[in-house]
Design a protein around this ligand. Structure first.
Ligand code: ADP
Ligand code: MG
Length: 317
């Protein structure tokens, strides 16, 4: 990979594995393995900005919010976003600092609580698309719809707990703290930013920002972050080593390298599922198109090999 400022987007499994409960200790163990990989990338001479998802953590927090009612009021979605940024940022900065020292690197590591601007006109506010929190029965879903004004949708396969709350997932437009992030990078720090896609905010007429009830896709926000720092590479780490054509079918074929035009075409043909690989490909192709640099999608354990060009799927300008 050319250039040395790299934005890394960490997927769900970097922090919590699907089969785990998600205790603090479990999450720390995962983050420990994750940051060990990141420290090896830093050893190669890259300057780093790290971002991450928060799906399982925000889901758990939403359950805790509901259980606390009515004694303790449930916090807004934006507040839950801020809480998970702090939690996950802490775990990453804690273990990354340790592994960097083990590599003999004395770079400071810092998490920035990051607000991401969205438009009130985004169509997702009219027809929310992103499922969050637990699964409900039809009766529970009805009750929450009435009592809490949740928008609920049936998810297939449905029985018996086949309903979920859905919330808007608007397009990220800008990073409020971009100057702070760039200042930290300029000072030589490794920055963790825009966790969970960022705290969604709207810009008010007086120039202030207010939190909105939404969540932002972390890969799409990762691209906006990569733009804000003028990254020279974008690495999306998930749980598959390569992206596939005809994923899940017997004739599935791994992709090593694709152009922006090819990526657009395959995306339109439905090769990459909405809500999982779809937004990663979208973010990767936007980055390649905008920056004229490569975006790479691979698994966490292959991160360094992928950077060195030996595996992963590269989306090239
Ligand atoms: P994250 O790591 O950010 O949590 P997701 O779990 O949302 O990512 O998305 C990764 C998943 O996308 C893979 O585990 C795989 O099941 C799915 N996927 C969908 N389409 C494809 C595809 N074409 N190639 C590879 N994986 C795909
Ligand atoms: Mg996942």
């Amino acid at each position: 990979m050319e250039g040395n400022l790299l934005v890394i987007a960490l997927g769900g499994n970097a922090i919590k594995q699907a089969e785990q409960q998600g205790t603090t200790e479990e999450q720390f163990r995962n983050v420990d393995l994750t940051t060990r990989q990141i420290a090896r990338i830093a050893r190669e001479g890259y300057r780093l900005v790290v971002t991450h998802g928060n799906g399982p953590q925000a889901g758990a927090l939403l359950i805790q919010q509901e259980e606390g009612e009515p004694e303790v009021p449930a916090q807004s979605l934006a507040a839950c976003g801020a809480m998970t940024q702090g939690q996950i940022g802490w775990m990453i900065q804690n273990r990354l600092a340790y592994w960097l020292r083990q590599e003999g690197i004395h770079t400071p590591v810092c998490t920035v609580v990051t607000q991401v601007v969205v438009s009130a006109e985004d169509p997702d506010f009219q027809d929310p698309s992103k499922p969050v929190g637990p699964f409900y029965t039809r009766e529970e879903a009805r009750r929450l719809q009435q009592e809490k004004r949740y928008v609920v949708k049936e998810v297939k396969p449905s029985a018996p707990r086949g309903w979920r709350r859905v919330v808007p997932s608007p397009e990220p437009q800008d990073i409020v703290e971009k100057d702070s992030i760039n200042a930290l990078l300029g000072s030589g720090a490794i920055v963790i930013a825009s966790g969970g896609g960022g705290i969604p905010v709207q810009r008010n007429g007086d120039g202030s920002y207010s939190g909105v009830e939404a969540v932002i896709d972390k890969d799409r926000a990762g691209f906006v972050l990569a733009q804000a720092v003028s990254a020279q590479a974008f690495l999306i780490l998930t749980d598959v080593e390569k992206v596939y054509l005809r994923y899940g079918r017997p004739d599935a074929a791994p992709l090593d390298r694709l152009s922006v035009a090819q990526a657009r075409e395959y995306l339109a043909q439905g090769h990459f599922l909405a809500g999982s690989m779809g937004p990663k490909i979208e973010a990767a192709l936007r980055f390649a198109w905008w920056s004229r640099h490569e975006a790479v999608i691979t698994s966490l354990d292959k991160a360094l090999e992928a950077i060195l060009g030996r595996t992963g799927t590269r989306i090239c300008p």
